[in-house]
Write a protein that binds this ligand. Structure first.
Ligand code: ADP
Ligand code: MG
Length: 255
């Protein structure tokens, strides 16, 4: 099932993610407050904000690594609720890349990439291998296929993590600070991979403080503070004319 175009605006891409009035608590602590965010197919959203503001929790709710308690999250026309069938469908359509790569250390790079296509998608081994090599070439490390994650640099491991996600043919990619655990000289190679993905039209939500990346690829920048979306704007307006005092303070600290 794919999102249907809006009848009122035939040229507008369909909604990929629609979050309305969403709230989430960890026990007594309300971590997300009245979140409203719509992402259309092909959009690239950068989410930024201070540590602890709820950025990771927000994107983890989108593939139900965390569940929300009220409001609505609809991904590709499927509402996220307790229905496990929906969750499996969403997980196979939404790829996620974490700060700490999360590769399986005892599997080779190739095996890391073929595991889910073979076991979740029931793809024959040879086909899964071809697909994995295709994406390892895309992230420019096909020669590392038979090595183990521990033999690769952080930047290479993160590119493998991206290739591994792409092997599931996701419609949406979520990135949670994918470069913040990397040495400075490796950040660019990972960002370049993400930029290439954006240029191919992938729908993306990226939590990152790489503001050069945000300027280059984002349609919109979302600023969060204390569990709320405080400001949301096109990069140009966001960086040059921030509306909110907290956004100005944040930008003053990181730029
Ligand atoms: P960010 O990614 O913006 O740094 P997080 O979404 O990780 O923020 O966390 C938001 C808030 O929720 C923080 O105060 C954090 O301590 C809290 N939090 C995150 N995960 C949990 C959890 N599993 N249980 C309880 N509190 C949590
Ligand atoms: Mg986080």
């Amino acid at each position: 099932m794919s999102a249907s175009p809006r009848p009122d605006a035939p040229d507008t891409p369909p909604d990929s993610i629609r979050i309305t009035g969403m709230n989430k608590w960890f026990g007594q602590f309300q971590v997300l407050h009245d979140i409203n965010l719509t992402v259309r197919e092909g959009e690239r959203i950068v989410v930024c904000g201070p540590s602890g503001s709820g950025k990771s929790t927000l994107i983890r709710c989108i593939n139900r690594l965390e569940h929300h308690q009220s409001g609505q999250i609809v991904v590709d026309d499927i509402e996220l609720n307790a229905n496990l069938k929906n969750i499996h469908k969403i997980r196979s359509e939404v790829g996620m890349v974490f700060q700490h790569f999360n590769l399986f250390p005892h599997l080779t790079i190739l095996e890391n990439c073929t595991l889910a296509p073979m076991w979740v998608r029931k793809m024959p081994r040879a086909e899964a291998r071809d697909l994995a090599m295709h994406f390892l070439e895309k992230v420019r490390i096909p020669e590392q296929a038979d090595k183990y994650p521990g033999q690769l640099s952080g930047g290479q491991q993160q590119r493998v993590a991206i290739a591994r996600s792409l092997c599931m043919r996701p419609k949406i990619m979520l990135f949670d600070e994918p470069t913040s655990a990397l040495d400075p000289e490796m950040i660019k190679e990972v960002l370049d991979t993400m930029i290439a993905l954006a240029q191919e039209g992938m729908t993306m939500i990226c939590v990152t403080h790489e503001m050069g990346f945000a300027r280059q690829v984002a349609n919109r920048v979302v600023f969060m503070d204390a569990g709320r979306i405080v400001e949301e704007n096109a990069p140009e307006a966001f960086f040059h004319n921030p509306q909110n005092e907290r956004t100005r303070t944040f930008l003053g600290q990181i730029l």
